[in-house]
Design a protein around this ligand. Structure first.
Ligand SMILES: C[S@@+](CC[C@H](N)C(=O)[O-])C[C@H]1O[C@@H](n2cnc3c(N)ncnc32)[C@H](O)[C@@H]1O
Length: 324
């Protein structure tokens, strides 16, 4: 039993040291110029706008930015009057957060430290708000959910921007194509896009968990991976296609690659204890809806392609007949 517990602990340490090394390297190219010019952009970006709205008024709030990276959101929240505590497992990321705070004149409002997100050095009920971008999917969702619920005040909330594993086509591309044939892979080996089951494990530690899809990002990522935004025409086409799907086919929004999560009212005892029959403690959720919708869309596309506006269905046949 003890041996097993030791093994689990050493595995967690190994994962954390691999993550620290990966993110130390991934952020090493950032210059002072990057740290000064890169900004959160709620006016242009629907994901940023939705997150800013969920964070609410920040003046005087004690906020934790967990997995802060190079501190983009820590600095944004500090500039809106929050007292920010920023933590990350990567020493280089924490150093960059401090530097970004200095360059943007908010270093007195930010305390940044190297710390594990699943075992934080803060007292229980310390924070009004927890914020995180792309962090849940790097961690064990149960340990992290428990820790976030612990450090939040009973009336507190946690707001996350995360990737999303709901779209089977994107997951197929990620699992089989990225990192091969010159297609870039940006992720570390220890992360996987956030599945519904893992989000539910995290959400068991909160009374309410809401998910939003403020924009539909699907073709955008295919473009990033396969064309690297190099063609203006492709950029415009994919932007239009994603926006049209978000606007006219709202049932497909859940298959976007990005999601915004808001968890409210932390619980001392998690709800829906997992059982042997259901180890995740959540209803199994297939993605059949996506495939049915995709087939329906393809069928609709074929019908529209065959039927030109203002012409009867037999038009093509009649042209063939005339030319014979
Ligand atoms: C995808 S990056 C996101 C960084 C930042 N939030 C952003 O959006 O720019 C994931 C971050 O999580 C951090 N991380 C990974 N595992 C962690 C852990 N166990 N504790 C704290 N931070 C961790 C990594 O070092 C990295 O900075």
């Amino acid at each position: 039993m003890t041996l097993q517990a030791d093994n689990v602990q050493s595995t967690l340490q190994e994962i954390e040291s691999r993550e620290a090394e990966f993110w130390d390297t991934a952020t090493s190219h950032l210059t002072d110029d990057d740290l000064q010019t890169e900004k959160v952009n709620p006016d242009q970006d629907a994901l940023d706008r939705s997150r800013v709205a969920l964070l609410g008024r920040l003046v005087g709030k004690r906020v934790l930015d967990v997995g802060c990276g190079s501190g983009l959101w820590s600095v944004f929240m500090a500039s809106k009057g929050a007292e920010v505590w920023a933590v990350d497992i990567s020493p280089q990321s924490v150093a960059l957060t401090k530097r970004r705070a200095e360059l943007n004149g908010v270093s007195t409002n930010i305390n940044a430290a190297v710390m594990s997100a699943v075992e934080m050095d803060f007292p229980s009920g310390f924070f009004d708000l927890v914020h995180g971008q792309d962090i849940i999917h790097h961690l064990d969702a149960t340990s992290f959910g428990k820790e976030v619920a612990r450090v939040l005040k009973p009336t507190g909330r946690a707001v996350f921007s995360e990737n999303c594993a709901n779209n089977p086509l994107l997951m197929f591309a990620r699992n089989n194509l990225c990192g091969r044939w010159g297609i870039p892979k940006w992720s570390s080996d220890d992360e996987y896009p956030l599945t519904r089951a893992r989000l539910a494990q995290f959400g068991r530690f909160f009374k309410h968990t809401d998910v939003e899809y403020p924009s539909f990002l699907f073709f955008h990522y295919l473009n990033a991976k396969f064309f690297r935004y190099e063609s203006d025409l492709v950029n415009r086409l994919v932007g239009g296609a994603d926006r049209a799907i978000w606007a006219y086919l709202p049932f497909l929004r859940q298959y976007s690659y990005r999601q915004i999560i808001c968890c409210r009212n932390p619980l001392l005892l998690p709800k829906d204890e997992p059982t042997e029959a259901n180890p995740d403690g959540v209803a199994p959720h297939g993605e059949k809806g996506f495939l049915v919708a995709l087939i329906a869309l393809l069928a609709l596309g074929v019908i529209l392609w065959r039927l030109k506006p203002g012409e009867p269905a037999g038009h093509a046949t009649r042209i063939d007949e005339r030319s014979e």
